[in-house]
Design a protein around this ligand. Structure first.
Ligand code: SF4
Length: 139
């Protein structure tokens, strides 16, 4: 039996805009494989590091060490994402069901996190992201 992949709160939102880029090749391959499994089997909400963090060069000793304060900041971001999505750690969901909720919660997420995120230019490459941000595809 295949284990249901685990994602932390903010990844449940951000990965709807994955455009094939990431920290390195291993990270991207793992992320792509994880999303394929999630599309088939669904996702379990993790508390803290997830199946994508597990191949991230910034995960040290099980916590996110992207910057000095990243662990606390990202845990806070996860909490906010779960509140918006009405999910809790340990719950399971289908990816398409979560995706259906993204348009409704997107304005709050954009205002609070996307605008100060270093990855926003990468998300801008994604059609859904542009559609939600600008109301139509600007290209
Ligand atoms: S930067 Fe931090 S939250 Fe993002 S994938 Fe890496 S370990 Fe996880």
């Amino acid at each position: 039996m295949t284990d249901i992949p685990k994602l932390r709160g903010h990844h449940l939102i951000c990965f709807h805009f994955f455009s094939g880029k990431g920290y390195n090749r291993e990270f991207v391959e793992n992320l792509r494989n994880t999303l394929e499994k999630i599309a088939e089997f669904g996702v379990e909400v993790s508390h803290g590091a997830d199946d994508v963090c597990s191949r991230c060069p910034h995960l040290k000793g099980g916590i996110c060490s992207y910057s000095d304060h990243s662990h606390d900041e990202i845990m806070e971001m996860d909490k906010f994402a779960l509140r918006l999505l009405k999910e809790t750690s340990g719950s399971k969901a289908k990816w398409h069901v979560i995706k259906q909720r993204i348009p409704e919660i997107f304005p709050l997420w954009l205002g609070k996190y996307c605008k100060k995120c270093l990855w926003e230019d990468v998300c801008e490459e994604d059609f859904l992201y542009r559609k939600l941000k600008y109301g139509k595809d600007p290209v």
